[in-house]
Ligand binder design. Structure first.
Ligand code: ATP
Ligand code: MG
Length: 193
């Protein structure tokens, strides 16, 4: 019989993806001995898309592919893009669990603070353990009822919003995103302002 795997589900808008995402995925994989960490690109990050323009999903997916391509066990999924509509993590968790895998939800400390606001959070809380990564400037979240693992990664003070500002200013993003992603942004004329 084929045994299920322990999979880290690392969701996000990845608009754009950056080195902080990559180091977070690698840190969680080794800290929790996961078979794979999957970066799941949100189709419609519904808690953000009412606030600002989100780059087309095919661009975000292509950039996440560039981010992880050389990293064994770190993968990309278009599951939420294929499903379409607002991206609810609970539905993604259920799809992965239906394949027989154990799902560990991976979130930064900022995102963890909002877990109780996620769609069907009561159900989610019962189904997954959560790996929470320290993130500079964000305190440890106050949550009750969730099974949390604190992952002490080498925290990187990088965010997609920061990268969007640097790109908008025409400044170097050398410290925040791999060169291949910056070339992709420039080649496709991605802009956020
Ligand atoms: P934005 O500034 O647009 O919110 P972001 O950098 O927070 O972008 P998201 O796509 O919103 O990136 O985040 C996806 C997931 O990655 C979230 O769980 C978030 O907490 C986590 N994350 C993002 N950057 C880091 C980082 N530098 N260290 C640890 N976790 C991070
Ligand atoms: Mg964010």
């Amino acid at each position: 019989m084929c045994m299920g795997q322990r999979i880290g589900l690392f969701g996000g808008s990845f608009d754009p993806p950056h080195t902080g995402h990559l180091l977070a995925a690698v840190a969680v994989q080794s800290a929790l001995r996961l078979d794979r960490v999957i970066l799941v690109v949100a189709n419609d990050p519904w808690q953000k898309s009412t606030q600002r323009h989100i780059t087309d999903s095919h661009h975000r997916l292509a950039m996440v592919r560039l981010l992880v391509e050389e990293f064994e066990g770190i993968e990309v999924s278009d599951l939420e893009i294929s499903r379409g509509g607002p991206s609810y993590t609970i539905e993604t968790v259920n799809e992965l669990r239906d394949r027989g895998d154990e799902v560990i939800l991976v979130v930064g400390a900022d995102a963890a603070a909002g877990l109780d606001t996620w769609e069907r959070s009561d159900e989610l809380r019962e189904l997954v353990e959560v790996a929470v990564l320290d993130r500079p400037g964000y305190p440890w979240p106050e949550l009750t009822g969730w099974r949390l693992h604190r992952v002490k990664a080498e925290s990187l003070n990088i965010s997609s919003s920061g990268v969007r500002h640097l790109v908008g200013d025409g400044t170097s993003t050398h410290d925040s995103v791999p060169a291949a992603i910056r070339s992709y942004i420039d080649r496709h004329g991605l802009e956020w302002s």
